[in-house]
Design a protein around this ligand. Structure first.
Ligand code: ADP
Ligand code: MG
Length: 256
């Protein structure tokens, strides 16, 4: 059975998409079958996987409207080494079109059920909001991976996200849990980042992943080449950290 994880944080620019595509590439590299679902109308995970969002034949939008199946809409990202259910601007219309539809938060769950046997991991890259799109991701998922920067307001924002996840767990998706918090864009020279990192461990204990993703310019450059950093420059510190994270995640999943 595929493990379905949302990569979520209601803040923008915190490294969700970078985590989705690099974790996917890291998992693929260690032999896992992976699908990345792009749930952000910006389509960054699609482009960052080397799939052109402007020429998609079908997208996650049509899947949410039940016009096509995941099997019909997914494409294989050759270089990245995994499948992509892509998104583009069309997706921003889904919210409105699904108004009044019963169980509209369950569309993605239903669609993914049909291709469950095809994958070891499904990673859902969420938009920076707690919208119907993110709700679809969370209702389809077993867990949430939360990338975060160790900044002053990070813990505050986290409380909202944790409460949202608790609510969804209680009302809509009892299997949903926080898989872990991933420290990204980490700079160990910054005292503040170290302090926030320590606080995180005090509050969340072993929910904080051991792996830490450093700030690394190669990770930021990779999308303009249509590749995850793990593929673009495997020797870079950031790429290696994501492969380590992929290994840690597989180990954690085996323990459950
Ligand atoms: P989100 O999806 O949460 O909006 P992104 O993954 O798009 O965030 O990241 C925001 C910006 O930060 C992007 O320009 C990305 O390339 C850059 N970035 C993300 N992670 C790192 C990192 N570890 N080191 C350097 N730059 C990073
Ligand atoms: Mg993003």
């Amino acid at each position: 059975m595929a493990k379905i994880f949302c990569i979520a944080n209601q803040k923008g620019g915190v490294g969700k998409t970078t985590t989705a595509v690099n974790l996917a590439a890291g998992l693929a590299r260690i032999g896992q079958r992976v699908l990345v679902v792009d749930l952000d109308p910006q389509g960054n995970a699609t482009m960052g996987s080397g799939v052109d969002k402007r020429t998609l034949e079908h997208s996650v939008y049509e899947v949410l409207l039940e016009a096509v199946s995941v099997a019909e809409a997914r494409v294989h990202a050759e270089k990245a080494g995994y499948d992509v259910l892509g998104a583009n601007r069309e997706l921003s219309g889904a919210e409105v079109e699904l108004v009044g539809v019963e169980r509209r938060q369950d569309r993605l769950r239903g669609a993914l059920a049909a291709c469950d046997a095809d994958y070891d991991f499904v990673l859902v890259d969420c938009p920076p909001s707690l919208s119907l799109l993110t709700l679809n991701g969370m209702c389809a998922a077993h867990g949430v991976v939360v990338p975060m920067q160790c900044e002053y307001f990070a813990l505050e924002g986290l409380t909202d996200l944790v409460n949202t996840i608790k609510q969804i767990h209680a009302s809509l998706n009892p299997r949903l849990q926080i898989i872990g918090l991933l420290r990204v864009m980490f700079d160990p020279r910054m005292t503040l980042q170290q302090q926030v990192s320590e606080q995180l461990k005090v509050h969340f204990g072993d929910k904080v992943f051991d792996s830490v993703i450093p700030r690394n310019v190669r990770l930021a450059e990779a999308p303009s080449y249509g590749q995850p950093g793990v593929v673009f420059d495997p020797a870079a510190k950031g790429a290696q950290a994501y492969v380590e994270f992929a290994q840690e995640l597989v180990k954690r999943c085996a323990k459950r």
